[in-house]
Design a binder for this molecule. Structure first.
Ligand SMILES: Nc1ncnc2c1ncn2[C@@H]1O[C@H](COP(=O)(O)OP(=O)(O)O)[C@@H](O)[C@H]1O
Ligand SMILES: [Mg+2]
Length: 315
């Protein structure tokens, strides 16, 4: 697979080692941990791949076995690895994942990472060559001046080339205080063609109207958890989509599967209504399987979107 094949997407973001506690254990009682390769923008690339679209990922990784461990995961996802080796460590976090109403909790340990050593000078013009779109998220904007500058340089380069710019605000309160959100994420939101934002995070900009004031042209996609999603079109029209009923262990990465699904449908020429429905089906299927990355077949996606009766096994 060549990531630079027509229709391909470049994503940029940090790769992390997620150290997950066994179900129903709390951080204070931490014992066994399971290591998994994580990262929102890598998840988006993986979603695009499972949907059949070429995808590549730019990041900064340490040399040595931990960097190699991430690279092996990226290869297994069939995502083209464009990551650079940099001094520093691999970011990690501990995750205590619960079913609602008990909140899940994360503790980050991601200071001094190789990703934070990236700068705008690392921008390589060939990364975007032949690609249809770039996807970045607010996480990279919040992680420090180097990654922030490189993310914004990529957005500028994508726009110059006429590639679609997809931006997921993905606000992380443990990385950035709410009061800094609008200033930190604003420059990307201003220049995106698609802006994804959870309803709770949209408030930080004054709602969808606030995001619209920053960018008159973008499709602004507001996700509302179990209450579904909506696309705010430039003309003021709002398209809504219910969430599909779902359950399972895979709630982490659901927003990334949603964004990947929407971007895929958008690049296929789908209308906002079609893209929203497809994205909601991706998010629903993501939830049913463990791991952070979407795995879904066309038949499964069709069945969910058709609202088919899936309680009965196919046999
Ligand atoms: N409890 C749920 N049941 C069904 N679908 C859900 C549920 N929570 C989220 N989704 C789907 O995932 C999409 C994104 O979820 P959301 O929680 O808003 O984003 P994020 O995970 O990025 O915070 C929703 O618009 C919806 O389609
Ligand atoms: Mg999200």
């Amino acid at each position: 697979m060549s990531g630079a094949a027509p229709g391909g997407v470049l994503t940029f973001g940090e790769g992390l080692m997620k150290l997950a506690l066994p179900p129903a254990q709390r951080l204070e009682e931490l014992g066994n941990l399971r290591a998994e390769c994580a990262g929102s923008e890598l998840n988006v690339a993986a979603a695009l791949r499972t949907l059949g679209r070429p995808a590549a990922w730019v990041s900064g990784l340490p040399g040595g076995p931990l960097g190699d461990w991430v690279r092996a995961h990226v290869r297994a996802l069939d995502v083209q690895d464009l990551s650079l080796e940099r001094p520093g460590r691999l970011g990690t976090f501990y995750l205590e994942d619960h079913h609602p109403p008990r909140p899940s909790r994360a503790v980050y340990d991601r200071e001094g990472t190789a990703f934070q050593a990236l700068t705008a000078a690392d921008l390589n013009g060939s990364w975007l060559g032949g690609r249809s779109a770039l996807h970045v998220s607010g996480i990279s904007l919040a992680l420090g001046p180097g990654p922030r500058a490189l993310a914004l340089a990529l957005v500028g380069a994508a726009r110059e080339r006429g590639a679609v710019v997809s931006f997921d605000v993905n606000h992380r309160r443990l990385l950035l205080p709410d009061h800094a959100a609008a200033d930190t994420y604003g420059p990307a939101a201003q220049r995106a063609d698609l802006t994804f934002v959870a309803e709770r995070d949209a408030e930080l900009f004054g709602g969808a109207e606030g995001l619209r004031a920053l960018n008159p042209q973008a499709q602004i996609i507001v996700t509302r958890g179990a209450r579904g999603s909506e696309t705010h079109l430039p003309g003021g029209e709002v398209i809504t989509q219910d969430a599909f009923p779902t359950a399972g262990p895979g709630r982490v990465g659901r927003g990334d599967a949603f964004a990947g699904g929407y971007l895929h449908a958008y690049l296929d020429g789908g209308s906002p209504r079609e893209a929203l429905r497809f994205a909601a089906a991706c998010a629903a299927l993501k939830t049913t399987l463990p791991g952070d990355q979407l795995r879904a077949s066309e038949a499964e996606l069709r069945a969910v979107q058709a609202g088919s009766e899936t309680d009965e096994p196919r046999r």
